[in-house]
Design a binder for this molecule. Structure first.
Ligand code: BTN
Length: 325
């Protein structure tokens, strides 16, 4: 686990001598050096220049309860039950599921500087280095059963794109079921997990990961074409606290209204962002492959695949989609 006390001292991106850091923390220089090494092993680049000291190039913005709350709009503020900002956690989705099991009310929001076992779709790992990206999960409760929630993860994708475009990040698209793309490369993803009764009252964990400034070393373990906001914003991505608040401003009201609106209200906006509209694609699920032309989604959020047999709805789950080569 990183020792967070060193990070705020280096957060300004300026050089600090080893001695100044040691004095500020009441530690020996060796202890400071060990902490610096540990930060580097977490994927946080620390530059060392003889005679000047240490710095985190570009600085780092740690998650801050006050700054997130300050940027929340009244609807999101009213829907937020609890804001839990963690230094490190296995997975924010797993943490929210644990809190649901312990009886925490809907509207629990959890974000972390780092995930040690971030979960992606289809059993993949979600690469989650320290203090560089957004890992966000929150809970909501529904009474209509899991079937009524089929389009929820697609609607979440639309809300994420809206939050980002409010921060001047434009040109984003969605890939069914819920990847957030820029120029065909993946900027973020959505993972919904459920607890409770699939036929009645259930709690949903809505998990969102956004690459903000992915360190190159961490990116080595990403097994698909990726991008981050730093690349899309000329090296200056939005601050993570502003981004977290912008996401919550879109996502909490969406979650609260989805039980009434269903996916119908989100279908047209999703189609307008569809990166694969009218594109020949191949769907894979385990060993099975199905080729066709992607024709958007139906009113439940199923992908409409045009094959020689006609237009077939395909439901999410463990299916992946790629362009036909
Ligand atoms: C995908 O594979 O595209 C879904 C990625 C979802 C990642 C987010 S990060 C926050 C939340 N916690 C997790 O463990 N996963 C989701």
């Amino acid at each position: 686990m990183p020792n967070i006390t060193l990070v705020p001292l280096l957060a300004d991106g300026q050089f600090h001598s080893g001695q100044a850091l040691a004095n500020a923390l009441g530690l020996s220089r060796t202890a400071v050096w060990k902490q610096l090494n540990r930060l580097q092993s977490l994927g946080l680049e620390v530059e060392s220049v003889k005679g000047r000291g240490y710095r985190i190039p570009g600085g780092v913005e740690l998650l801050d309860d006050g700054r997130v709350r300050e940027a929340l709009q009244p609807p999101a503020r009213a829907l937020l039950h609890e804001l839990q900002l963690l230094e490190t956690v296995d997975s924010t989705n797993a943490e929210v599921l644990r809190r649901i099991a312990a009886g925490t009310a809907p509207g629990l929001v959890c974000s972390a500087e780092q995930q040690t076992a971030g979960r992606g779709r289809r059993g993949r790992q979600w690469v989650s280095p320290f203090a560089r990206n957004i890992y966000l999960s929150f809970s909501w409760e529904y009474h209509q059963g899991a079937a009524a929630l089929e389009g929820l993860s697609l609607a979440v994708g639309v809300a994420v794109v809206r939050a980002l475009s409010g921060l001047d990040v434009g040109g984003l698209q969605l890939k069914w079921p819920n990847d957030v793309l820029s120029g065909g490369t993946k900027l973020g993803g959505v993972l919904l997990e459920m607890a409770g009764d699939a036929a009645g009252r259930c709690q949903v964990v809505i998990g969102v990961g956004i690459n903000v400034a992915m360190p190159t070393a961490a990116a080595d373990s990403i097994d698909q074409a990726w991008t981050d906001l730093a690349r899309l914003c000329g090296g200056t991505p939005p601050g993570r606290n502003a981004l977290l608040a912008a996401l919550l401003n879109e996502l909490l009201p969406l979650a609260a209204s989805f039980g009434d609106t269903g996916f119908a209200a989100w279908r047209a906006p999703w189609m307008a962002l569809d990166a694969y509209a009218d594109t020949p694609v191949v769907l894979s699920s385990g060993e099975q492959r199905q080729a066709g032309v992607a024709r958007g989604v139906d009113e439940r959020g199923a992908l409409l695949l045009e094959t020689t047999l006609g237009l077939q709805p395909v439901y999410g789950g463990e299916i992946s989609l790629r362009a036909a080569s």
